[in-house]
Each structure stands twice: as structure tokens, then as C-alpha cells.
Design a protein around this ligand. Structure first.
Ligand code: NAD
Length: 437
């Protein structure tokens, strides 16, 4: 069996590495030639725990990487995992997936294989039927369901846990028509993930499942963040004890109840905006989802209010931001709340120094010389008037009185409550913990 993966980002490269390491003949294709060259040498284009080891193993077992679509010629399965980023109006940008699909169609036109094309990229309901299928049929001059299979297979992996999630997904969703291709795909996944539930449905339901999943997670986060704001005004209240306890109720569940500066990353904000945009177009006013978004955006405003209460006008004030990655164990800063905070602080004239264990290079590419970058936490705090902890990196839990000794003013705003149990000699504000006013 020969498998191609189109698009070697977090999703595609994780899948290609896992499949190759499990002895499937795998080909990874990306339009970015530089990226392909790096991956071929096992030089990762981004940081993801355990990916390097899995990729190295895959390359040893014959994983082929390239930017030439003709490599997919004799493949049984062709996975598509290219980006579907956000357009300024909130809708998703389908240009990359249209291009990838059109390239696949042109190859199908020339060969006599009956491959199955499996779409992992996140697309709004109707995209498979109304956009992807027509392009494939037109370019290939062949009929879906007869000459080739087309399956929706939304991806649920989380960055920082991509390899584990790829190996052991909580569910496999297969959307499409009930053809021989669906049976073959189900058999493939049953063998790959013997203990995982496989849900077989139509395209539009599969597409909607992905948005339902992410909008529910975003709702949980905004819910706990709103509660954390209430807790801040109840002397002695602690949001973590509340989250831990309600999380024990099996009807609620413990994950995604970690109050903080708001959700970020390449998926939740984009998928929320795409779903709201899609609902609006369908004439549905998604009141709840709109409020989830607004609550999310307010979290940064809350942090800035605390900062301004403490040090007044921010013009020329030295602020240290600890963590720019949208979560720990990744270097991804896409839609990171920390990046949004830095932009707002710069607008107010603050002087920013940042630290992040993995994301300094990506942050430099965004801000250049507008801010300062330090490799050590101590250095980033020298002469600082306030430190804001944004990302839950383990490193920040090791901060002590000695680490902050060179700060000008010892003020810490801890959006993750990493230092809440420590005896830090500073004016300390933790998001979600109520103090006497
Ligand atoms: P990414 O931006 O990290 O990578 C996408 C890759 O596709 C890039 O390397 C790009 O060069 C390549 N590409 C673009 N156009 C191409 C083309 N025409 N042919 C071949 N390659 C092409 O994206 P990602 O984070 O891996 O996400 C991929 C998809 O999966 C998106 O739709 C995303 O919403 C979804 N998703 C992402 C995650 C996540 O955590 N990152 C989780 C679940 C679902």
C-alpha cells in the first residue's frame, strides 16, 4: 500500500512520520521546496515534541519527501493536510486546498489507479460537495465514487501532543458516500487504530463535527475565564480549585478548564470565526458563539487594566512578557494571545522584552527590532517594571526571588497562576485568584 500526504505542516508531517515509521510506503509532498529539503535531512521546520524521533525513524524506513506532485501517481490513499487560514472577514481561505486538489486531479486524469483522496484540512460544511468534489471531477475527467474515492476525515490533534494524537486519536470521523472506497478507508483506519471508535457519516456532518468540537472547547475556555474574572473580585477565591472540582463531574470533564489569557493558536480562533461567519451567511445569529469570542478578547484587556492600575501610563515603561508561544511545548505563535498583548502594549508606547524557550525566532520574524529578546529569564527581567507570565512553560514555575532581583519594580501578573503557591517577594496578581483590595 502506498500513501501520499499533501501539505507537511503540523498535521501532515506528523501523519507522514507516523505512517512511515509504521512501515507504510509513504510520500510527503509540500509546495515549499526549502521545507522539503529541511525535512528530508530531518531538520524540523517547527518544534513539536517527539516529531524528530518519529521523522528520523520514518526517513530510515523509506519516507520520501518532495515537492513534485507526480510522486503521488501510484498511491492508494492521498491525504490532504494543507492550510485553510482565516481571511480578514473571518471566512476560511480555500486557495491552498483548491490548488492542491487541482494538482491531484491533473495526476488522476493521466493514470488508471482508483485512489482515495482523504481531506484532513478543516473546511466549513458544504466545501467537500460544492468545491472540492467538482474541482477533482473536472481536473481528472473522472467520477467520484466510481473512479476514485473522496472522504472527509477531520483532524483533532493538538500541537505539542501531535505525535501521540496521531498515533492514538480519540475518534476517527469518515465522511462521504457509502461506496467501496468508504469500506476500504474504514478497514485501513481499523487496522491503524484498532481501539479507536470510527464514526461514518456524510461529508457535511463530518465537516461540522470538527467545528462543533472546537467551538465547544472554546466555549469551555471562555466559560472558565469569565468565572476567573468573577473570582478575582471574591477575596480568597481560587479558580483552579473550582475548575478541578467541577471537572470531576463526568458531565463536565476536566480538560479545557484552565483559566488564562484566552484561547489562541492556529485552530480555535480561526475555527470560531469561520463558524460564526458560516452561521451568519446561513441567516443564523450565533449569539452564544459571538459572546465566547468577545469574552476571549476581553481577557487581554483585563490584563492591561491590571497593568495600568499598577504602573499608570505605559508610555516608555519596561514590560517583560514571559512566553510568546500560544501554549507550552510548541514554537507556534499563530494567533497567540501573548502576541496580541505585545501589539497592544506597543501601541501604548511600552518597551517590551520577551523570553520564550522555543518561540524567540518566530517572534523575531514578527516584531524585528520593535522589541527585545532574551534567552534567559533573569536577563529578560533586568530593569523591568512588570513581568507578565503568558505561556505555561515549566521554566516559569522555577522563578524565585533571586530570578526577579534585578527588576526595577517587582510587579508580576501571572495569567497562568504558575507562581501562586510560591512566596514571591513581589506585588503579585494572578488571573482567577481573589485578593483583598
Ligand atoms: P500548516 O500551515 O502548519 O501546514 C500546511 C502546509 O501545507 C504548509 O507546509 C504549506 O507549505 C503546505 N501547502 C500549502 N499549499 C499547498 C499545496 N497546494 N500543495 C502542497 N502543500 C501545500 O498547517 P497545519 O497546522 O498542519 O494545518 C493543516 C490543516 O489541518 C488546516 O486546515 C488546519 O485547520 C487543520 N488542523 C490543524 C491542527 C493544528 O493543531 N495545527 C489541528 C487540527 C486540524
Amino acid at each position: 500500500m502506498k500513501i501520499a500526504i499533501i501539505g507537511l505542516g503540523f498535521v501532515g508531517l506528523s501523519l507522514a512520520s507516523v505512517l512511515a515509521s509504521k512501515d507504510y510506503k509513504t510520500i510527503g509532498i509540500d509546495v515549499d521546496k526549502n521545507k522539503c529539503e529541511k525535512i528530508s535531512k530531518c531538520d524540523l521546520p517547527f518544534f513539536e515534541p517527539n516529531l524528530e524521533r518519529t521523522l528520523r525513524n520514518g526517513l530510515k524506513k523509506g519516507l520520501v519527501i518532495g515537492n513534485d506532485f507526480s510522486l503521488i501517481d501510484a498511491c492508494d490513499f492521498i491525504f490532504v493536510a494543507v492550510g485553510t487560514p482565516q481571511r480578514p472577514n473571518g471566512a476560511i481561505d480555500l486557495s491552498m486546498i483548491k490548488k492542491a486538489i487541482s494538482s491531484i486531479g491533473k495526476i488522476l486524469c493521466k493514470n488508471n489507479k482508483n485512489p482515495i483522496i482523504i481531506i484532513k484540512s478543516t473546511v466549513v460544511p458544504g466545501t467537500m460537495k460544492n468545491v472540492i468534489l467538482p474541482i477533482l471531477e473536472k481536473e481528472s475527467n473522472k467520477k467520484a465514487g466510481d473512479d476514485f474515492g473522496l472522504i472527509s476525515n477531520p483532524e483533532f490533534l493538538q500541537e505539542s501532543n501531535a505525535i501521540k494524537d496521531t498515533k492514538f486519536p480519540h475518534a476517527v470521523v469518515l465522511g462521504g458516500y457509502q461506496t467501496k472506497y468508504m469500506i476500504k478507508t474504514k478497514n485501513f483506519f481499523s487496522k491503524l487504530h484498532p481501539n479507536t471508535p470510527i464514526i461514518i457519516t456524510n461529508h457535511q456532518t463530518a465537516e461540522m463535527i470538527k467545528y462543533a468540537n472546537n467551538s465547544f472547547l472554546a466555549t469551555k475556555i471562555s466559560f472558565i475565564n469569565q468565572l476567573s474574572n468573577i473570582c478575582q473580585n471574591i477575596s480568597g477565591a481560587n479558580i483552579d480549585d473550582i475548575a478541578k472540582t467541577i471537572g470531576l463531574d463526568p458531565r463536565i470533564g476536566k480538560s479545557f478548564l484552565n483559566a488564562g489569557p484566552g484561547y489562541g493558536g492556529s485552530c480555535l480562533p480561526k475555527d470560531m470565526k469561520a463558524l460564526i461567519n458560516f452561521a451568519n451567511k446561513s441567516g443564523i445569529n450565533s449569539t452564544l458563539l459571538n459572546e465566547v469570542e468577545k469574552t476571549n478578547q476581553k481577557q487581554i484587556t483585563n490584563i492591561i487594566s491590571i497593568l495600568e492600575e499598577e504602573i499608570g501610563n505605559l508610555k516608555t515603561k519596561r514590560i517583560t512578557v514571559l512566553g510568546t508561544a500560544f501554549k507550552p511545548e510548541t514554537d507556534d505563535i499563530r494567533e497567540s494571545t501573548s502576541i496580541k498583548l505585545i501589539k497592544k502594549l506597543l501601541e501604548k508606547g511600552a518597551r517590551i522584552t520577551i523570553h520564550d524557550p522555543k518561540a524567540i525566532e518566530n517572534t523575531k520574524n514578527m516584531f524585528g527590532k520593535k522589541i527585545k529578546y532574551k534567552k534567559s529569564i533573569i536577563d529578560s527581567l533586568i530593569r523591568s517594571q512588570c513581568a507578565i507570565i503568558m505561556t505555561q512553560w515549566k521554566e516559569y514555575s522555577k522563578i524565585t526571588n533571586s530570578t526577579i532581583r534585578h527588576m526595577d519594580k517587582k510587579i508580576i501578573i501571572d495569567s497562568r497562576r504558575i507562581l501562586a503557591d510560591k512566596n514571591i517577594n513581589a506585588k503579585y496578581h494572578a488571573i482567577g485568584i481573589g485578593y483583598d483590595k
